[in-house]
Design a protein around this ligand. Sequence first.
Ligand SMILES: C[S@@+](CC[C@H](N)C(=O)[O-])C[C@H]1O[C@@H](n2cnc3c(N)ncnc32)[C@H](O)[C@@H]1O
Length: 222
Amino acid sequence: MDVNVYGRQLTPEEIAAAQHRELVGGLWDEVGLLQFEFLRARGLAPTHRLVDIGCGALRGGVHFVRYLDPGRYHGLDVNASLLEAGRRELAAAGLADRAPQLIADDRFALARFGGTFDFALAVSLFTHLPMNHIVRCLVATRAVLGPGAVLYATFFEAPDHPHLAPLPHAPGGIVTHYDADPYHYAFAQMQWMAHAAGMSVELIGPWDHPRDQRMLAFRGAP
Ligand SMILES: C[S@@+](CC[C@H](N)C(=O)[O-])C[C@H]1O[C@@H](n2cnc3c(N)ncnc32)[C@H](O)[C@@H]1O
């Protein structure tokens, strides 16, 4: 059973018709720029190494690749066709020569990139994942975070746990679920997942996301 819709590979024709932009949620320019400006405000510098987990078709990646020194952007996604779409987005933006590192993987094998990272990002990833997948992602991320590095990740926040009823969010009108994609979680569940992975988590909360996704900051526990 697929846990979300991202097992579906886009055809070259669908990529040429820019359907990848819709598959990752639309709002291409707005959410791409939003995540870039967020990390910039948190101290991202051109020399930093960034890993973008669930990077999709590089909605944010195009901005990061333009800003970071060559070879400093790393993107991992389960869907190889979205990575191919991302390569085409980079070429169209004149950024193909900036050596982005892109890996298709379904187990969050971030160690395949080699080395550690200054920043990790997961935008609209945990919103599509059940808890055990999130914990796997956190365990893998913790292992590649450098000293003082942070994973910023978004989620749909539930007011309590367990919140079994469908939950509408505003703005954006997305309805999330306890046990189906798109998922919502109480912050207490995020704290449990972080603890299970040997991490701490801070609730940053609203960050101007147009569909009310909230921001979290995960750090390796000392
Ligand atoms: C809503 S899209 C967001 C993509 C990107 N972060 C952005 O902001 O455009 C969710 C992404 O998560 C990826 N994804 C879903 N499950 C995954 C998994 N188990 N491992 C890696 N990536 C996954 C999907 O393929 C998709 O590209």
